[in-house]
Design a protein around this ligand. Sequence first.
Ligand code: VG1
Ligand code: CO
Length: 543
Amino acid sequence: MPVRIVETMPFDDQRPGTSGLRKKVAVFRQKHYLENFVQSIFDSIAAPPGSALVLGGDGRYYNRDAIRIIVGMAAANGFSRVIVGMGGILSTPAASLLIRKRGAFGGIILSASHNPGGPEGDFGIKYNSGNGGPAPEKLTEAIFAKSRSISQYRILDGVTIDPDKIGETILGNMVVEVIDPVSDYAELMESLFDFELMRNLLQGDFSICFDAMHAVTGPYAREILENRLGAKPGSVVNAIPLADFGGGHPDPNLTYAEDLVKVMYGGNSPDFGAASDGDGDRNMILGRHFFVTPSDSLAVIAANAHLVPGYREGLSGVARSMPTSGAVDRVAKSLNIPLFETPTGWKFFGNLMDAGRVTLCGEESFGTGSSHVREKDGLWAVLFWLNLIAAKRMSVEAILKEHWKQFGRNFYSRHDYENLPLEAGKDVIETVRARFPDLAGSILGKYRVDFCDDFSYLDPIDGSLSVGQGLRIIFTDGSRIVYRLSGTGTEGATLRIYLESFEMDSARHGLDAQDALLDLISISREISRLEEKTGRVTPTVIT
Ligand code: VG1
Ligand code: CO
């Protein structure tokens, strides 16, 4: 099969965002668009001849076409092996695991995560390095720079691989290896958690509902929860990955996972509920009539990690993204381990994990994970909770109440305003920034501003500096308001306003978060002149 060198022209919109390049399917289907980006990746990473590449995606529309194109390009760019999940499927954490386990040079993950799929929906692509983690900023910037000057790409013509058949095929000088996407991952989970104990729990009268939202986690959850742990058949719902996620929005939160929320808040609800997102790296944890915020989930996991076999030796440290609540900070303090505060996006955790400085990481956006891979891991978080419940013999709600009693409660909420005109999004941010000098030291209701800043991060391992990572207004009692623009959307701008206050008094722990945060919510809207700038008074999504 001949290598074809194709002349091309650069696109100017291929800068990766918080998590790879995400665009509408129609954008990706433009002639040369995907190829240009993939060649820009290959040119930037300069893999030595003989390298292996892991390749898979969340199964969304265009996944299969993209797999075929990328396999052909890998063969034409000197890779000696491409390891593909059967059907072109790999969850993001499973891809991270495979890169590590197989010693691959890196991997390409095809996903737009929680964004809707289908011909009118979104598609995405990102590169993960040999440690299994998302490319660091320096590399994504290099890829973007290449994409601006690209003039040709290399591809093997006539690639016909069958991604549905496990086994090896020779393609030019390269081997295409189609593997079972689930088994390595399931094996790793068995090595971390007490499956015996969890089996006792799940085979008793403890009931669970796991909503895979027609996305990639279905096959993983079925195998692990139902087949290996003995949860009742049907405990995993919406388990078959569909190219359009059944028309849904595979984002596990109280708005988009509404079917599960109804089940968990209805009569005769299961004891435990959970959901994951399009590519399987996010998780939502629910108890009976009870929602666990991701920030609290991270804190509870940290405080109880010693109860889980894989973490019995203790944690070397924990990290959270800046907007994530400070609940885990107090756990770290009591465990006497370091706490790192990083910008939004999993790519900032990789160096800390590689250096052995942290074991657990988490984000407020339903992402939790550990150094078992270099991505956040939805099903891992679910298994962690089930292991904790089995070990503590307590309900989700009781675990949280006990935790708050010991550590206090961080009331926390994120308000998203989606699909704003781009200019309006920027305007809100600039409005807040312009008020910084007046805000410092001022009194707003019962709050006094301690300081305001634009968050930046100096990576303690490689010394790289990341600026412009979100505006923070921090009050003297530790309450916070944070403003950021999303880097994962594909339509207009999404403004995120993060709100947090701390309460030690357990008599007040039962309050609804929105009620507890009422004053901060109105202060956040006033400071940003939100209604005047955007015409919005109600968030699109509240988590
Ligand atoms: C969002 C979340 C962020 C997360 C990112 C990728 O980014 O806020 O915490 O890391 O999505 O998650 P943004 O820039 O839209 O706020 V996933 O599950 O898409 O890989
Ligand atoms: Co995701």
